[in-house]
Write a protein that binds this ligand. Structure first.
Ligand code: DO4
Ligand code: MG
Length: 271
């Protein structure tokens, strides 16, 4: 089942997406449905509607260096003597960082942010988990952990500023519920960047390359840290764009996992 949201009477409203149409759950958001899945039975007859941000998450967290490509790129890029990123890739404790709240999230077709003080901002296409009651995995969506890599590279203590700012987190188009997924370690993800209608970067990864179990990431996130139901956890990027592919205003980033859909956003300067 695909849960998401549409704009209805100028309000975000939960909807079940089937055969390209939306069955609205009137008076409720997707967050309400994640908290109380029985609300699904209230879905109305299908209508034509476009998905918006699939959930307004109370919190968004990110995991880092969960793919070898991300850890080795960052060690090389930052010239770390101690292999700081390889360390978290290898050790039992993953990198988990706070990415923000619904305030910094942006939905399908909406702008993603380029900080005004960054010259190298990159998309980070990621599989995201929506946390359900009892720290269960309610479902999966696509995320773009848009990050100012030049600010991260300047000094590790600037990580938060490279990661958290207006429109830094795209989510969507829908949440594929966990009961519809046979094996989340078999998703094919692709990412394209295009400028003036021409593709200038293409990348791909399969979630089989993820170096962590999803349950382990949830376990570390929630250890001594009671996150609210509906929290979104980004599971890390396995697609690393090149320097030449730094995002510029107007560039379109398109991320696809066929089972979930396509998340497409245009870059715009914020600040
Ligand atoms: O360590 C910095 C962040 C890593 C990250 O966001 C990722 O690997 O996806
Ligand atoms: Mg990331």
């Amino acid at each position: 089942m695909k849960l998401g949201q549409i704009r209805h009477n100028n309000m975000p409203m939960a909807a079940i997406f089937e055969n390209g149409q939306a069955r609205v759950i009137r008076g409720h958001t997707a967050l309400d449905v994640v908290k109380d899945p029985k609300l699904i039975s209230k879905a109305y007859a299908p209508i034509d509607a476009t998905p918006i941000l699939p959930i307004h998450p109370p919190e968004v967290w990110g995991c880092g260096c969960t793919y070898e490509t991300s850890a080795s790129f960052r060690d090389a890029e930052h010239g770390t003597r101690e292999g700081m990123y390889a360390y978290v890739y290898r050790e039992a404790r993953p990198e988990v960082f706070f990415k923000g709240t619904a305030r910094v999230c942006t939905g399908p077709g909406e702008p993603i942010g380029l900080r005004v003080d960054s010259k190298f901002t990159a998309p980070e296409p990621e599989l995201a988990l929506v946390i359900g009651p009892g720290n269960s995995i309610f479902g999966f969506t696509l995320a773009n952990d848009v990050s100012a890599w030049d600010i991260e590279r300047e000094n590790a203590l600037y990580l938060t500023q490279s990661k958290v700012y207006d429109r830094c987190c795209a989510l969507g188009p829908v949440i594929l519920t966990a009961d519809s997924v046979a094996d989340p370690y078999r998703f094919d993800m692709t990412c394209t960047l295009s400028r003036n209608g021409k593709v200038f970067y293409e990348g791909a990864v399969n979630t089989s390359k993820l170096h962590r179990k999803l349950e382990t990431l949830v376990e570390f996130l929630t250890r001594a840290n009671t996150v609210p139901v509906g929290t979104v956890l980004l599971t890390g990027t396995g697609i690393i764009v090149t320097h030449e592919a730094a995002l510029a205003p107007g560039d379109v980033c398109t991320i696809t996992i066929p089972e979930i859909g396509t998340l497409s956003n245009t870059a715009a300067v914020v600040g």
